[in-house]
Each structure stands twice: as C-alpha cells, then as structure tokens.
Design a protein around this ligand. Structure first.
Ligand code: BGC
Length: 752
C-alpha cells in the first residue's frame, strides 16, 4: 500500500470512529433522557400529567390591572397555576398598557419567580416559557430585531439566517425565556394573507434552506447549551394558503400540492431538529388543523419521524366547538384535538382544558396511554433543552444581549434584504450632496420597517420603539450633506399636505417617495385588495407631475400593487420589512455605501389578481395565459453587473438514483464589488403529472470584485428530480430534464 493510500485509510478509520462515537454518545444521551422521562412519568399523578399538557397566558398569573407594574405576577395566582393545576407551560408577555416589551432585568426576575415556584412543586418539573421571538427577542426591550422572514429570504443568504437564529436564541435565553415560537415554515403563496411576511416566500427550496439554517443556529448541536433554545415549526400545515386571502379561513389543498409545496419546508425543519410544532389555526379540505389526525400523526410522526411535541395555536382547541362546530361541546373539542395528536393546549386564559381533560381521562374517553404519550413528549423536550439542569437564567445579560456584534449582523442582514427592482439611467446611487425631498407615509416610522410582533403584537405602537434607531428620514439626514426636507405626518395615517409636497419637490433635485403599509398581523391585517390605498396614489401622481426624478421606496409585509407608480419612478427599491436597522440599511443603499444584493423571494404581482407563482404549471403560461408579474421571483439588481456563463453538466445522462454535478461561472462584469446569487432551476420535460415550468433546486451567493470570475459547483440529487406521482408517492421518472442558470440552459437524461 502506498503512503497516500495508507493515510487515506487511516483518516477514513478516524472519521468512521468519530462518527460512530458521536452516534453512540447520541444514543446514550437519548437513552438517558428516555429513562428520565419514564421514571418521572411513573411518579406523576393524572392531575400532574394533565397539567403538563396545559399552557396558560401570562395574564392568568398576573395582577388584574397594572401588568406594567414592577412586579406584575400575583404570587397567589402563580402558586395556584403550579401547585393546583400543575401547568407545564406559560406564554406571552405582560401587556398593559399595550407595551409588551419588558426590560431584560424585569424578564429575568419574572421568569425567576416562575422557576422558583416550579422548584417548590412536588416533582419540581420546570415550566417551559414560550415567546414569539419571530425576528429576534421581540418582547425584550432593546433586543436585536432582525428583518422579518420575508426579508431574510430576500437575502438568499442562509448564513445570515443561521446567525439570526444564534443571536435570537441567545437573547431569548438571556431574558430568562425558554422556547421560541419560530420559524414559520408555511409557504407564502397567497399575497393577500396578512402573515405572508412571516414566511420565507413562495419557494419550497428557499424556505427550507432559510428555515433550517435558522433552526441550526438557534439550537446548535445541543439544545441544552446555555445559549441555545428549542424552536417551534409553525403552523402545521396549510395555514398560509387561505383561498380568500383572509387569516384563519379555509385552505383547499389537494394531497399532491400539500406534499409538493406545503409539507417539504416542515420536513426540512424536522430534519434540522426542531422539537416542537404548532398546529394550523384554520382548516384544510374541511378538516381543522387541530382535528387532523392524518396530518398530525400519520404524516408528521409516521412519515417525517417527528418525536417532539405539538402545541395548539391560541385558543384553538375550544374553537373546534365555538367556531368550527366540529364538536358539540368544549369537552368534545378537547377529546377530538387530543386524540388527533395535539399534545399541549395553548388554552390560554383559564383552566377549562385541565378540568375537562381530567374528566375525559377519568372516564376513559381519552385513554391514559394517550395522556402518557403526550406528557412523555413534553418532558422529553424539557429534558433535552436542559430545563431540569438550571434553576436560574441560563445566561448572564452582559455580553449576551444587544451586543455590538449582533447589531452588525443585523445591519448586514438588512442591507442584503433590500431589493433594488429598477434603476433607470442609473439614478441610484444618489450623490451625498443632492438636495432631497423625502415624503410619504412610510418615510419616518420604525414600525413600518418592523411589522407585527415587534414590541407589541401588532407592532404598531411607534411611541415604544427605541429612540436611537433611525427611520429612513433620519438615516438620510445622517448620511447626506445636501439639503433634506420632509413633508409628511407623524403617524402612518396622518394626512400629507400634497400641495406642500409638490412645491417642495420643485425646489429639490430628487424625491424619495416612501410608500407602503402600516403594520399588522393575523386577522387585524386582513384586506380586500392588494391595491395601495388611494391617498398614496394621489400623492405619487402629484409628485410625478413635477417631472422631478423619483426614487420609490416601499416598506410593508405584502407586495401591494405599485405598477403605475413603479412605471413612472426612475428607481424602485423594495424594502419589505428590513427590521430595526432598515432605515440605516436603506440609506446605505440609496447613497451607494452598500451595493444592493437582495432578490425577490416572491413574484411581485402586477395587479390585484395577478397571483401566479414563478413555479407555475405550463397551462398558466399557455396561449393567452402569462406569467407576467411586475417583478419575477429572484429579481434584484445591483450597482454592478454580473454574467453567468459556461454552464456545464458533468454527464449528459445519469442512472436513476445517481446525483448530477454541474458547474457554472459567474463574473462581475462591472466596476464595483458586489454580491450575486446564482440560482439553479430544473424542469422535468415530460412527466405523468404536470410539472412546474421550473423549480429552484440550488443557489449560492458569492461576493465578487470587479472583473473577478468564479466557478461554482452544484449537485442535483434524486430527490431534486422527483415529484409526487399519480399514486401520491414521491417518484423519479426517467427522461429528459432541463437545467437553467441565468440565461443558459443545458439538458440531461435520467436513464432507467
Ligand atoms: C399565532 C401564533 C403565535 C401564538 C402565540 C397565535 O395567535 O397564530 O403564531 O405563536 O398566537 O402568541
């Protein structure tokens, strides 16, 4: 044997034994957890078990009024929750008067009181405290608040999503909290839906990549580590696709579409190790999420191998009775949900779930085995998350909260999230000496850039936002030497004096027109049309009348229709919800301190009913049907130019089951350094069910200096080539496939 071979063999042995060792230690720790769970379960009374399955809102343990008091916990109520009802989980934040974000020190004290009370219970089972930290620790004052998911997706940079996960977990843990109701793995294919922005957009591959990176960052290799925390995939499944676009209304998703588009991101989340799943609040095909045993049991556990616990969404078990009329009493609703596979009930305001489930279990209508199963799943996550090991906040505050390093990652994320959609005659970047009129309802607010779940549930209490963070107007003023004038109000809905805006426009070189949506989430964000409100259109029309060059900047969670305005503006910059650094990042881009690199994670509709995703079927672009959005999925310009060339497939044909390697060159053909995302699309030429015209299968984002060229390698797997066949199973049919990267295509065959 020659020397290199020997070394290779040796390395292989070392690697194998390292893999085996880690397998063995994972197995051992799993066994240890299982033993602990079994032992604890054996000691629990039925009451304690049912309590574990009960999750209550913070208000249930707080003083009646004045949740904003220094100490809002009512000790008697806390004692009652833990001693009498044995609750397993608490969620949400104190919320009077509407400012839910608490100082970190206060959070640490509140959660300590809860930990101390749990330590006084008979079995000392820790409470798992859950919070919606969907773009950072949203309910801790001064937390690092990232771009929302739709904007994170626009970065096409999973590394940034990983860092967001890391930083969020750290800040959640430093706040004394345990568990994060994120990421949203629903796929965003219905732009009217008021939670579109909580998703990673319309594409399965992108959403899976961004969501799993987030989970990996949040949980690390060991969720029990002090700076890691369990995530929660939500809202399983089909919640995001209401037919009428209104939140919590029916989706009609056939099994093939479910398996092709809606399940894969959740599958990716389970694979990435998320130990909890929140259930769809609405219904699919006439079956409410909380009653869907097929989804919760057969698919989630049977097919995906999920072994954590499921939690209901807000009040949703009782709604099987009060709203859906699926059950004839609250008691029956609980029976249906628990038997369908819901392990924990976000009740959240009373102990009705506890009483009724106890009664159902005592009468045998819910078998004890089912209760044990649910409780074991909850305890398993509590053990794995290290909750039994700690009686204090896992992390100190100093060094782990709102660090300069985290703020820098956030700023970078915001910069990469912003999409330059149009830049005629290279109007952008602007000169720092230009005199600029800034106007429009979105120009001088932090809330419009942050969206819901920011400081408050709706995110709309501008007065509670951190004063030191710049709005777009502040950031422009900070950056330029030129004369900057603002015409606009203090609130989103304040009337703007159009006459004044017009006369100021005439006196300035450029107009930055900031339009969009005020913040919202859930049913409060329902709308009847994607059209921008008429007042904004009126302002835009009047400004265009002056003939001054206009940069249209948009903020908001949905792609509101801007076609008429975008056609007349020289430049269009789509901000979506870039978070707390959004103003600064937008100014960085407008004035050329940063070269934009965001790409659209959804197709931007041309008109209200122009809702065709990029991965549509051939029939949707046949004869007079067209895919003709204002801007397509993946669109996004730069101040430099890129070219992809030399697409090369390793083989012209592969056998079923083999991978295919491919490579492509990407070159910066302009004069500025910049980042480009190279996207690999696949099309199956003929198949037994209709296939999308193209589907994203891989992407890479690279930074290139002027003139620099790099060769990127990709690999397509059998899974990438497969689809959900006639029998509703994943199949790979031999035949021709076409790969597209940029303007180049290449084809290959899969042989039998
Ligand atoms: C939302 C969930 C959220 C839960 C807890 C519900 O209304 O649908 O996304 O996690 O509230 O706040």
């Amino acid at each position: 044997m020659n020397k290199t071979k020997k070394i290779k063999n040796y390395l292989a042995i070392i690697l194998m034994s390292a893999v085996l060792e880690s397998d063995v230690s994972a197995q051992e720790s799993n066994e240890a957890v299982e033993n602990q769970v079994r032992a604890l379960l054996a000691q629990m009374t039925l009451e304690e078990k049912v309590g574990q399955m009960t999750q209550i809102d913070f208000s249930v343990i707080s003083v009646a009024d004045g949740q904003d008091a220094e100490n809002p916990i009512d000790p008697a109520k806390l004692e009652e929750a833990l001693m009498q009802y044995h609750v397993g989980s608490i969620l949400n934040a104190p919320s009077t008067p509407n400012n839910k974000a608490q100082p970190i020190g206060k959070w640490r004290r509140l959660t300590q009181q809860i930990r101390d009370a749990a330590a006084r219970t008979r079995l000392k089972i820790p409470v798992i405290y859950g919070i919606d930290a969907i773009h950072g620790a949203t309910y801790t004052q001064n937390a690092v608040l990232f771009p929302q998911a739709i904007s994170m997706a626009a970065t096409f940079n999973p590394e940034l999503s990983f860092r967001e996960g890391e930083i969020t977990a750290r800040e959640v843990k430093a706040s004394g909290l345990d568990w994060n109701f994120a990421p949203v793995m629903d796929i965003g294919r219905q732009p009217l839906w008021p939670r579109l922005w909580e998703t990673y957009g319309e594409d399965v591959h992108l959403a899976s990549a961004m969501g799993s990176a987030y989970i990996r960052g949040h949980q690390g290799d060991d969720i029990a580590a002090a700076d890691k925390a369990p995530t929660c995939l939500k809202h399983y499944v089909g919640y995001s696709y209401p037919l009428n676009g209104k939140d919590r209304t029916p989706a009609w998703i056939g099994e093939r579409a479910l398996r092709e588009w809606f399940l894969p991101p959740f599958e990716a989340g389970v694979l990435a190790g998320a130990p909890t799943v929140m259930v769809n609040s609405a219904e699919v095909d006439g079956v409410p999420g909380h009653a869907n045993r097929h989804y919760l049991n057969d698919i989630l556990r049977g097919e995906m191998g999920f072994d954590g616990f499921t939690v209901s969404d807000w009040e949703d078990i009782i709604r099987l009775y009060s709203r859906d009329k699926l059950a004839d009493s609250p008691r029956e609703a609980i029976k249906i949900a628990v038997m369908a596979g819901v392990d924990m009930s976000m009740v959240p305001f009373d102990y009705s779930f506890y009483y009724l489930l106890l009664d159902l279990a005592q009468s045998g209508e819910v078998p004890l085995a089912r209760i044990d199963e649910a409780v074991a799943r909850i305890l398993r996550v509590k053990y794995r998350s290290g909750l039994f090991e700690r009686r204090e906040p896992a992390l100190p505050e100093a060094g782990y909260f709102a660090t300069a390093e985290a703020a820098a990652v956030n700023r970078q994320a915001a910069r990469e999230a912003i999409v330059l959609a149009k830049n005629d005659h290279r109007l952008l970047p602007l000169s720092k000496r230009a005199s600029v009129l800034v106007t429009g309802p979105a120009a001088n607010l932090l809330s419009v850039m942050n969206g819901g779940w920011t400081i408050t549930w709706q995110g709309n209490k501008e007065e509670f936002y951190p004063q030191d963070k710049p709005t777009l107007l502040d950031a422009i003023r900070q950056k330029t030497e030129g004369n900057v004038t603002y015409v606009g109000g203090k609130q989103f809905s304040d009337e703007i004096n159009i006459e004044q805006a017009v006369s100021e426009a005439r006196r300035h070189d450029i107009v930055v027109l900031a339009l969009g949506e005020k913040t919202y989430t859930e049913t409060e964000g329902n709308i009847d049309s994607l059209q921008l409100d008429p007042v904004q259109l009126q302002l835009a029309r009047a400004i265009f009348h002056t003939g001054k060059p206009v940069v249209l900047v948009t903020f908001g969670g949905r792609p509101r229709i801007i076609t008429e305005i975008a056609n007349q503006a020289q430049a269009v910059v789509l901000g979506f919800l870039p978070g707390m650094e959004g103003g600064a990042a937008m100014a960085d881009i407008l004035f050329g301190d940063v070269n934009p690199s965001g790409k659209l994670p959804i197709s931007y509709p041309r008109d209200s009913n122009d809702i065709t995703p990029y991965d549509h079927k051939p029939i949707e672009a046949y004869e007079s049907n067209q895919y003709r959005p204002l801007y397509p999925f993946g669109h996004g310009l730069s101040y430099t130019t890129f070219e992809t060339n030399g697409l090369r497939l390793a083989q012209p044909a592969i056998k079923t089951g083999e991978n295919l390697q491919l490579s492509v060159n990407v070159k910066n053909t302009g004069n500025l350094a910049g980042k480009e995302t190279v996207m690999v699309y696949l099309h199956d030429v003929a198949a037994s069910v209709t296939r999308p015209v193209k589907q994203l299968k891989a992407f890479k984002k690279v930074e290139l200096q002027p003139g620099e060229q790099r060769t990127l390698e990709f690999e397509l797997t059998p899974r990438d080539l497969s689809f959900i066949g006639l029998e509703m199973k994943r199949v790979l049919e031999p035949g021709e496939f076409i790969v597209t990267v940029g303007s180049e295509t290449a084809s290959f065959h899969v042989l039998n």
